[in-house]
Design a binder for this molecule. Structure first.
Ligand code: ADP
Ligand code: MG
Length: 690
């Protein structure tokens, strides 16, 4: 057979980012145009968008004031009614087409013009007398450059005609069939409720959203089942290590910490890999729970890894783990990207031969040169700060570097073991999102703060009163307390961000000569950063000027005042995280949000939310409404759009339906499930496994 010539349909599909022309059936219109009727010219009022029909009586190309094709037509039913129209962009072929005597249909807005009513740049088509009108509304599709609506409509219509539009899976009662729904959306009848269609709120839309959510839920179930085929080392007890860790601490676990820990321990005792998210507001004590969670692995002679998104946070974690585990004769290694040369080689060797029982670090922990001897538990702190792509990469590394073949202890089959995974986050993922984006994720919540915390008082103060704030800061620090000064966020450029930090620092040093003032920012070398943090922790600095590098994890109980400049530039979750750096000791704590005067309404609203709420969950709910789900899922980093039509929050009822139906459909119709998934997720299911 002769090789096929280029197929315009697949070319169009490709241009739009689809893998195959069959995917065009789900390329749904943005809006519609009504070409099903002709409005007599005398009925068309100024401002109306209408379709009119008539015969061209005059046309010419003018060059002034700009090049344009100017024409006039007369309504064929009423020769008193005339309309001028102008084309601003046109081809020579169109000039030839629009000569006097040609019958045209024009669609556009009637506007007042120099010669009376006119249409500027209408859509037009040349027609025969009595040519039938379409009996359906005309779809307007999302398009890309160099792709005409005309070509797109033809390609979609052809895809619809060729596709198998049956229902592989039964839809809930009362929903239209898939083919009815698609026809309704691509070619609605003239009396359709356009407002509801364009708001994507009709039975047809709901059917498609349901199908999409169902595909997502099915793929999540499948991923979950696949995970259930994985094996992990069962870790039933910690040999008394947790008692030894807790004994010297000046406090006991809160009830919520204990509950979360019990849930984690139950998972660890199973031969299946744990997949658990530990949620707890800023300062709720997740680190200690994590330290206790790795003990069963260490007691059984395996290794654990603890990963944090930033160097500062990794170091803080390291210090905590080191403090708590060294007395138990457990060696803790610290690994970050900044570690180089001999020191790095030594650490890698410790990890590879199992001398280091636990490794704490940034994502450097999962680079290729890191080989664990026998890794059984992985903890990921502040997991939402890792992008979907990074989390996928971790999973794809296949069981986080199983022991190298032939080497290491563990014996037969140990290679096939997957580590238990504990993720931690202070940014609560609303239930609807967790349900719709994570496969079989178990969630533990620490819903109380340790006792004796003083609540943080938050004040919003205009930047006009900055001098006053600085004077108060001086008295405050001289009284023996410590404070943070958080610089304005400059999203666009790291360089500008750095400059803002340096300027704030220089200014405060000049204004407050009696204070010791440190500076920490993201571009600093990690040992310089560490030195500043250590000095601050030791009380050698009164004031720490910082960028958002201190957003998470930093724990200095004596620091009880935070000033945030240009607070209006920060996101809500970010402000809450930052503010969580204070209120960690017994001192009365406060957070001052300095704002610029020309605040927009949303900015004002956001600062009010942060001012009124101390509860991260309430703030997260408000944040979700203001900023959408991407922030919660780390999708911002990956730029991936996970759902095309449905919104798990707004369509929570459909999500619930899909979720409830998924298991039974998998049991009863495994083959048809595959067809449903092929229709909806042609590019693979991987995204949902992150
Ligand atoms: P986060 O959940 O934000 O990661 P951390 O783990 O950093 O919080 O804990 C915040 C502070 O609370 C730390 O100084 C930690 O030692 C302390 N802490 C943890 N658990 C308790 C407890 N049960 N009682 C008192 N203080 C605790
Ligand atoms: Mg933490």
């Amino acid at each position: 057979m002769q090789s096929e010539t280029r197929n315009p349909k697949s070319e169009i599909a490709h241009k739009l980012g689809y893998a195959s022309p069959a995917d065009l059936i789900l390329h749904l219109p943005l809006r519609y145009e009504d070409e099903t009727r002709i409005t007599p010219l005398r009925d068309a009022r100024l401002g109306d968008t209408v379709q009119v029909e008539g015969v061209v009586v005059h046309s010419e190309v003018q060059n002034r004031p700009r090049r344009q094709l100017v024409a006039e037509m007369v309504d064929s039913a009423d020769d008193q009614a005339r309309l001028h129209f102008r084309l601003l962009h046109f081809y020579p072929s169109q000039v030839a087409l629009l000569k006097p005597g040609t019958r045209v249909r024009l669609r556009g807005e009637i506007r007042p013009g120099f010669f009376g009513a006119e249409m500027v740049h209408p859509q037009f088509r040349v027609v025969r007398e009595g040519a039938p009108l379409p009996d359906r509304l005309t779809p307007v599709y999302p398009a890309v450059a160099a792709l005409s609506q005309y070509a797109l409509r033809k390609a979609v219509a052809a895809a619809l005609a060729e596709a198998d539009l049956d229902d592989p899976l039964p839809a809930p009662a009362g929903f239209p069939s898939f083919s009815e729904a698609l026809r309704e959306l691509h070619q609605p009848p003239p009396d359709a409720d356009l407002a509801a269609l364009e708001a994507r709120d009709t039975p047809a839309w709901r059917r498609l959203k349901y199908d999409e959510l169902l595909a997502q839920q099915l793929s999540l179930r499948l991923a979950a089942r696949q995970r259930q085929t994985l094996r992990a080392a069962p870790l039933p007890d910690d040999g008394g290590l947790s008692g030894r860790l807790l004994a010297p601490l000046p406090f006991a676990l809160t009830a919520a910490q204990q509950r979360a820990l019990n849930e984690i321990r139950r998972d660890l005792a199973q031969p299946l890999p744990m997949n658990r998210l530990l949620q707890g507001d800023v300062g709720s004590g997740k680190t200690l729970v994590a330290a206790l969670a790795v003990l069963p692995a260490l007691a059984a002679g395996h290794q654990a890894a603890v990963m944090a998104p930033t160097e500062i946070l990794a170091e803080q974690l390291y210090l905590k783990f080191h403090e708590w585990l060294t007395p138990l004769d457990i060696e803790v290694a610290w690994l970050t990207a900044a570690l180089k040369g001999k020191a790095k080689q030594a650490t890698l060797a410790d990890i590879a031969d199992g001398r280091a029982r636990i490794a704490v670090g940034t994502h450097a922990l999962f680079q290729n040169d890191v080989v664990f001897h026998d890794l059984a538990v992985v903890v990921v702190d502040e997991q939402h700060r890792f992008g979907v792509a990074q989390r996928l990469a971790l999973r794809e590394k296949g069981a986080f570097h199983p022991s190298p073949p032939g080497g290491g202890a563990g014996g037969e089959g140990s290679k096939a073991l997957t580590p238990h995974l504990l993720m931690m986050s202070a940014t609560p993922i609303p239930r609807s999102l967790a349900m719709s984006y994570y496969a079989d994720l178990d969630v533990s919540v620490i819903d109380e703060l340790p006792p004796g915390r003083t609540p943080i008082t938050t004040r919003t103060i205009s930047a006009n009163r900055r001098d006053e704030v600085i004077a108060r800061l001086r008295d405050y620090c001289l009284s023996g307390a410590q404070a943070y000064w958080v610089c304005p966020l400059v999203e666009e450029s790291e360089k500008l961000q750095l400059r803002a930090a340096e300027e704030s620092h220089a200014e405060l040093v000049a204004l407050l000569p009696e204070l010791n003032i440190g500076l920490v920012h993201g571009r600093m070398k990690s040992d310089a950063k560490a030195a500043v943090m250590t000095a601050f922790k030791a009380g050698e600095l009164h004031l720490l000027v910082a960028t958002t590098v201190i957003e998470v994890g930093v724990d200095v109980p004596n620091a009880a005042l935070m000033v945030i400049e240009h607070a209006e530039r920060y996101g809500l979750a970010q402000l809450h995280q930052l503010r969580g750096r204070v209120g960690r000791g017994t001192r009365e704590s406060s957070c001052v949000l300095l704002y610029e005067n020309a605040l927009s309404d949303t900015a004002r609203q956001r600062l009010k939310i942060i001012h009124d709420n101390n509860d991260g969950f309430a703030i997260a709910r408000a944040d979700l409404q203001l900023r959408g789900p991407g922030e919660f899922l780390g999708a911002r980093q990956s730029g991936q759009q996970l759902l095309r039509f449905a919104d798990p929050t707004a369509d929570a009822d459909l999500l619930e339906l899909a979720r409830n139906g998924a298991d039974e459909l998998l049991e009863r119709h495994p083959e048809r499930v595959k067809r449903h998934l092929a229709r909806w997720l042609p590019r693979g299911l991987d995204l949902f496994r992150a």
